[in-house]
Design a protein around this ligand. Sequence first.
Ligand code: ZN
Length: 250
Amino acid sequence: MSVEEVEVGGASMVPVVPVAALVGLLAAAPLRGLIARFAVPEGEPWCDGCPACGRTVRLLPPTGRCPGCRERLGAGPWAVEAVAVAVAVAVAYAADGLVVVTLALAWAATLGVALGFVDARVRRLPYRLTVPLLGGVTALLLAAAPSAGPAVALRCLLAALAVGAVLELAVWLGALGPGDSPLGLALGGLLGWYGWSVALGGLFAAMVLAGLWGTLRALAALARRRPVRGLDVPVGPFLLLGALVAVLAR
Ligand SMILES: [Zn+2]
């Protein structure tokens, strides 16, 4: 990359970053609503209202407290806001080429933030979030396909099936939950748009990051003389983070 390209790229990013950060901050309130609703253990009904006062909560402030009774719902204070802003800025940096592909990336990132918090909290990726994520990404990639040509469309399909198959195998072996497969299909297809190296790189980055996190947790447990129960790591956040890292590093 020449100096001119760096300068042009740098100058063009100046107004984009604050706008992306603001969008991320505004998205955090409804994302908190989704996290509070879907972060419930397997087999329990969705949390459609505040458990303390019954108020329907679709938007939540950065404190994460119910506007009716101040009960803490879902994620901790400013956690969703910080992640949503960071992810929105990362998507803005990663965006180039077709608008519909950027929209697919933004859609996956938006629902991905909710999924990451839900999985970290209750170790599940609800179909109510992963299926809309997959549907939106599929529709937007199909809209982009005529501009990209059959080779790129075929690569998206094969990458989706490859990543989906790896996760389905892990589900079958009992290492992952069933909601992980739609997420794998969506991320595989989306990363496949950018190339095989990005799709496989995303999966590899996810495994490395999850392995590192699991090892750090195990070492921390050992240091505190607590029992270590395998590598108990939520996979969803690392799949999403690995995908974002691969798209940024391409
Ligand atoms: Zn309440």
